[in-house]
Design a protein around this ligand. Structure first.
Ligand code: PLP
Length: 437
């Protein structure tokens, strides 16, 4: 019997997709048809058949921040192939293996401060769950079980699992539906916008007062440092991170940075925390960790957090997913981190930043555009209205580029290997999308 997938036409596949497959934040059946990707190489996605006259699209999204080296990179392909030849998976309870040990060691080396202990999780959302569990368990173990709430600022996004949702923006975010059902966390106002803006002292005092008011019940403060991603693609001054570190220390509250989107160079520093010169107690990494090859994330903590947990009545971290430390993902992640560090990622990100500033500038003149902002290899065009997804996507595809706008945002965070001409093409497509959407 011939396997069905070898004979099905693109039209058949799309019909079956509509019939059976949920897509992210999608209705069932789907309201619009996704594009069918056949393969990808470098920064280009190859479609199964032409769409609006285009068979190949320059990827302006790096598969949601992850494919920093582009697709089918020979070094990552080789790492995956070699590891497949040994074992793709083995359970992590009672067993360990070289890829996990080498990766955890590398992450401890490259992250700032004393973030020495590494929990390997299977997605960014799970890494956030683990981070929150670490913090809550730390305080339970130290005999302070009342410290079980979390403070964050509005406008954040930390994932789609339950506790992660509870720290996403409660109103503008995607999880409004669950207010009342989710754990009730403490929300500060969103940080004042602008990476280069000087710190608003009154805002810092309000943060300080809110943490002080809730200190007895706060396990942790969790934020995305410097860039709030899926919550609205906003940038803020690193000064607020320094303030948070100080405030958390004053009030005995742990500080968690979610660098799942910002980690591995995206903002121009290897980790966004470095803009502030601040080290959190717990750090979440994901997305670009495997260069976009496989799902893997990591939650790192300091000895203080780990020692707190190990002093408790239950001295173990009560978490252990089936695919924890997946060797294939760890081997690719190690290769990806080493590839990044061996190359000129900082030069590439700075080069792309220059290209985005120049190429997106014309969008600022368009009617319906509120603001254009760029930081590192992130470019954002904010409209003054909700984007017409279909029209904006069509305009980008006609220009030969894959973009995925949302809310009032047309944005790009391309692979670091994107050459100047392709950065210019992405920008032209974003401007066309802003005009159309
Ligand atoms: C800052 C941040 N945290 C957590 C997540 C969740 O990661 P995942 O989608 O891998 O569960 C995301 C995903 O967009 C993110 O941007």
């Amino acid at each position: 019997m011939t396997p069905g997938h070898l004979v099905r036409s693109p039209a058949d596949l799309l019909a079956l997709d509509r019939e059976h497959v949920w897509h992210p934040y999608g209705p069932m059946p789907a309201a619009s048809s996704p594009l069918l990707v056949e393969s990808a190489r470098g920064v280009r996605l190859r479609l199964a058949e032409p769409v609006f006259g285009q068979r190949e699209l320059v990827d302006g999204m790096a598969s949601w921040w992850s494919a920093v080296h582009g697709y089918r990179h020979p070094v990552l392909d080789a790492a995956a192939g070699e590891q497949l030849g040994r074992m793709s998976h083995v359970m992590f309870g009672g067993l360990t293996h070289r890829p996990a040990v080498e990766l955890a060691t590398r992450l401890a080396e490259v992250t700032p401060g004393q973030l020495r202990h590494v929990f390997l999780a299977d997605s960014g959302s799970v890494a956030v769950e683990v981070a929150l569990k670490m913090c809550l368990q730390h305080w339970v173990s130290l005999g302070q079980p009342a410290k079980r709430r979390v403070l964050t600022w509005r406008g954040g996004y930390h994932g789609d699992t339950w506790h992660a949702m509870s720290v996403c923006d409660p109103e503008g975010g995607m999880h409004r539906l669950w207010s009342g059902a989710l754990p009730r966390q403490v929300f500060a106002d969103a940080p004042p916008p602008g990476f280069d803006a000087s710190a608003d002292a009154a805002y810092v005092e309000r943060l300080r007062a809110l943490v002080a008011e809730h200190a007895a019940e706060l396990a942790a403060v969790v934020v995305e440092p410097v860039v709030q991603g899926a919550g609205g693609m906003t940038f803020h001054s690193p000064a607020y991170l320094r303030a948070l570190r100080e405030i958390c220390d004053e009030h005995d509250v742990l500080l968690v940075f979610d660098e799942i989107a910002t980690g591995f160079g995206r903002t121009g520093r290897l980790f966004a925390a470095e803009h502030a010169g601040v080290v959190p107690d717990v750090l979440c990494l994901g997305k670009a960790l495997t260069g976009g090859y496989l799902t893997l994330a990591a939650t790192l903590c300091t000895p203080r957090v780990a020692e707190g947990i190990s002093r408790g009545e239950v001295p173990v971290l009560a978490h252990g997913p089936t695919y924890m430390g997946n060797p294939l993902a760890c081997a690719v992640a190690l290769a990806s981190v080493d590839l990044l560090l061996a190359g000129d990622w900082a030069g590439d990100v700075a080069r792309i930043e220059g290209g985005l500033r120049e190429g997106l500038a014309p969008a600022a003149e368009l009617p319906g555009v509120r603001e254009v902002r760029v930081l590192g290899a992130i470019g954002v065009v904010r409209l003054d209205h909700g984007v017409d997804m279909a029209a904006a996507t069509e305009a980008a595809v006609r220009a030969g580029v894959w973009l995925r706008p949302f809310r009032d945002l047309i944005y790009t965070m391309p692979p670091y290997v994107t050459e100047d001409a392709d950065v210019a093409r992405i920008c032209a497509a974003a401007v066309a999308a802003a005009r159309a959407g």
